[in-house]
Design a protein around this ligand. Structure first.
Ligand code: MSP
Length: 516
């Protein structure tokens, strides 16, 4: 892999106070699809996920559960690790903030910030939300029931007064604004970028980066009464995992060519605080932060108190893993909010996967199985329509790559489906079942054109639906070594005479159980 361009992609690290839900699964899947795409496209990829285990929120949850914080973290971190496995994620690493490598990285980053004069001792007096693990200014709060004050997120806040170290965030306003201006792609989508810029333009206050009123966290080097602010601790995971404080090796290899995928609620931490911490420590800021939207459940906000939390495992059991992977990335323009409904899930599963894609593959492969002796057919001279079909298929990689580089998964899938639908139209117009009687060589050419189209489609759907696409490629006799995008295109077209296994359906329909 040496010499290949690198691509580093990260999920947020998940709080261990809770079980995994659809929101976690969504971010992790989006990263997995990108990591797989980039690997197939020849990049040297690192894909990181993990758990955020320190802070007051986890400490309190542990207390409520009657457990030691580390015991709660061990239990829930294992659930997140298992979720990544069940989602068929290809993460190269899974980081826990309670690991020794992370303690070393946080303390080194802290020391670097102190050495640069970016951290000073003071006292914090103001609002804090444990649920958000965030400080809020008075003017950000909103009115809650009974005259109480709430964070803008609706989370409860409490008044905190304690000695604290501060990071000189106020000094970074202009340099951050310059960073956004010089790097048009550093925050996406555009709406989030605008939001971040206007927040920074509104003025930045120094940020409290240590707490003294609880213990569950990373001690401040040289002043152990202080625990590092959990967000400084958590954000550092992204460089811990590439070996920081050692800046040779993986750090030099992957940093800062990184994409931090996050939910829209945590953009400020990633696109304001994190680049400021890094620049202040003389380290390059990340290349890109992309924020996706939030899911609702059948039109309703997802919340534990409503009891409508979507468990990714039960979704997978009901609809199938690749179907869920496809749905989540197809249903909603990535970056927007979206709604999960059984109806929409079933609709896409049946019309797009079973009818459009599944039928195409099934029809073509079973015709080849029956009429071409189970071998990739010979193909004669191509007609204009054949060429048009193949050009559409072979032109897909560029389109899909452009969409993926902007995290526009829905556009990538739509481009693929345009070709799937075109291929179904081509089958109908060419009528290979009639050609079988009237012109067998022409039938061979039509079926070869279709099989080559399916090869192109299946190569490109691998990142989204790895198992199903792999099964399609198996049925086309494509060896593992020829499934990367270097094998995409006319120069690597299907070889006539390749013996194919018996075709099998890949995308089952969802059949509603009828009571009685
Ligand atoms: N621990 C922090 C992240 C630290 S990163 C250095 C955290 N953890 S979290 O577990 O609360 O949330 C993780 C992600 O889940 C966030 O990106 C959040 O946006 C996402 N989601 C939570 N609920 C969601 C939905 N209903 N829909 C989509 N994503 C949502 O924040």
């Amino acid at each position: 892999m040496s010499g290949a361009e690198t691509f580093y992609v990260t999920t947020p690290i998940y709080y261990v106070n809770d079980k995994p839900h659809i929101g976690h699964a969504y971010t992790t899947l989006a990263c997995d699809v990108l990591a797989r795409f980039k690997r197939l496209d020849g990049f040297d990829v690192k894909f990181l996920t993990g758990t955020d285990e320190h802070g007051q929120k986890v400490e309190k949850s542990a207390e409520t559960a009657g457990m030691a914080p580390l015991a709660l973290a061990d239990m829930n971190s294992a659930n997140f690790r298992e979720l990544a496995r069940i989602l068929n994620c290809s993460n190269d690493d899974f980081i826990r903030t309670t690991e020794p490598r992370h303690l070393a990285a946080c303390q080194a980053l802290w020391t670097a910030l102190v050495d640069k004069g970016e951290i000073y001792l003071g006292a914090y007096e103001g609002w804090y939300s444990v649920r958000d693990e965030a400080f809020y200014a008075e003017d950000e709060l909103v009115a809650g029931p009974g005259g109480t004050k709430l964070a803008p997120t609706g989370a409860p806040v409490e008044w905190v007064k304690e000695p604290s170290y501060f990071f000189r965030l106020s000094a970074w306003q202009d340099r951050l604004l310059k960073w956004y201006e010089d790097n048009l792609d550093c925050v996406g989508p555009q709406a989030r970028r605008n939001e971040v810029i206007s927040f920074v333009k509104g003025g930045l206050q120094d940020l409290s980066v240590s707490r003294t009123s609880f213990k569950w966290g990373i001690p401040v080097p040289g002043d152990e009464a202080h625990i590092m602010y959990v967000w400084l601790d958590a954000l550092t995971n992204y460089i811990t995992a590439v070996g920081y404080p050692d800046t040779s090796g993986d750090f030099a290899r992957y940093w800062p060519n990184v994409l931090h995928m996050v939910g829209k609620d945590i953009v400020r931490f990633h696109a304001v605080f994190w680049p400021a911490f890094l620049m202040a420590a003389d380290l390059p800021p990340p290349k890109r932060v992309f924020a996706h939207g939030w899911w609702t459940n059948e039109g309703q906000k997802i919340s534990k108190s409503v009891g409508n939390v979507i468990d990714p495992l039960s979704l997978i059991e009901t609809y199938g893993l690749d179907q869920v992977r496809y749905f989540l990335l197809r249903e909603v323009p990535f970056g927007n909010d979206g709604d999960f409904s059984h109806r929409a899930m079933m609709g896409r599963m049946n019309s797009e996967l079973a009818n459009d894609y599944g039928n195409l593959v099934q029809r073509v492969l079973s015709m080849i199985g029956k009429n071409c002796g189970g071998q990739v057919p010979e193909h004669g001279p191509a007609t204009d329509e054949d060429r048009e079909m193949l050009d559409a298929a072979h032109g897909l990689l560029d389109k899909v790559r452009t969409a993926m580089d902007r995290q526009l998964y829905h556009e990538a899938l739509e481009a693929i489906w345009v070709v799937i639908r075109a291929a179904n139209g081509y089958v109908d117009r060419q009528g290979p079942w009639t050609l079988k009687k009237t012109d067998p060589p022409r039938m061979g050419t039509v079926l070869w054109t279709l099989a080559e189209t399916i090869r192109s489609l299946a190569l490109l759907t691998q990142p989204f639906m790895p198992t199903s696409s792999g099964r399609i490629l198996d049925q086309l006799g494509i060896p593992e070594a020829e499934r990367g995008f270097e094998s995409f295109g006319a120069a690597h077209g299907l070889r006539s005479g390749t013996v194919l296994p018996a075709p099998q359906g890949v995308f089952p329909r969802f059949v509603e159980e009828v009571a009685g």
